[in-house]
Design a binder for this molecule. Sequence first.
Ligand code: ATP
Ligand code: MG
Length: 320
Amino acid sequence: MKNTYVIEVKGLTKSYGSNHVLKGIDLRVERGTMLALLGPNGAGKTTTVRILSTLLHYDGGSVTVEGYDVTREADKVRGVIGLTGQSAAVDELLTGRENLVMMGRLYRLTAQSAKARAQELLEDFSLVEAADRPAKTYSGGMRRRLDLAVSLIATPPVIFLDEPTTGLDPRSRLAMWAIIKKLMESGTTILLTTQYLEEADQLADKIVVIDGGKVIAEGTANELKSKVGKDRLELTFANSKALESAVQALGKRVADTNTKEFTASVTIQDINTDVTSALDALARSHVSVQSMAVHKPTLDDVFLSLTGKQKQQTTDEEDV
Ligand SMILES: Nc1ncnc2c1ncn2[C@@H]1O[C@H](COP(=O)(O)OP(=O)(O)OP(=O)(O)O)[C@@H](O)[C@H]1O
Ligand SMILES: [Mg+2]
């Protein structure tokens, strides 16, 4: 009987000397879905991916891919996975096309299908013009794209992508997303690590956040967002006197105030009724608002609040 979970990690631990990098990680990825592994630098994402792809031994727990144990059945695991590492693994002296064909041959494609698949990938990754130049003449972004193309040569059923879009320009990132979406439509099971929360939001079925060697949150993007709370209406007033009157007028609707910047934030359940009712209350008390914005929680808010980082400037304010 085939497992429902293509990737199953239970109680995974790994230390480097006294550095306990993974302190009991559990992960489960269902067939044909994508799990995004999020975490700050040094959280253990690459370590986890390297263990899953049989490149690194672990200390405790159990790790299976397609039901195969990554230690005892490493060969079988290698037969079903593709890996794109964080650092490029292309042969500098070969051309882009030669790199692809060589890798295709290593994966036992016939000469003809290796060539055909290489051409397809060169097109998908916009590398056709540079295809017949040695890889050492490529820019960083082109090399990255070639690296990804190489890892996709054999269309394995399970793919690990370790920060696949780091270092890509926005257009190449969108192209990469399109390629990943195509893979997902074809039923590939994917574990992706990323620093870009928007990427996880766009692509992943499920997100796991790790920090300090542990899973600190998991769920869909929406589930995680709902944890950081509701939409907020941010109101700015001219001075502290206006803010005081506003707080009186708004009463218990006020969730938070900032007396230095003369702002008050109001939790809103329904943007249509709650914003109007707050503004009505202010108008009745003759308090004028200088500016306002609706702030929706983003995955960045989730990530920052969970990993305890300083909150950065919000980027998704919508004017009302
Ligand atoms: N070969 C190694 N020897 C010793 N320590 C290591 C080794 N590889 C990784 N580490 C340590 O393990 C921890 C986790 O590293 P890892 O590369 O898994 O983090 P990451 O989540 O992938 O970070 P990033 O976002 O920077 O890629 C770090 O503290 C790192 O210093
Ligand atoms: Mg890493």
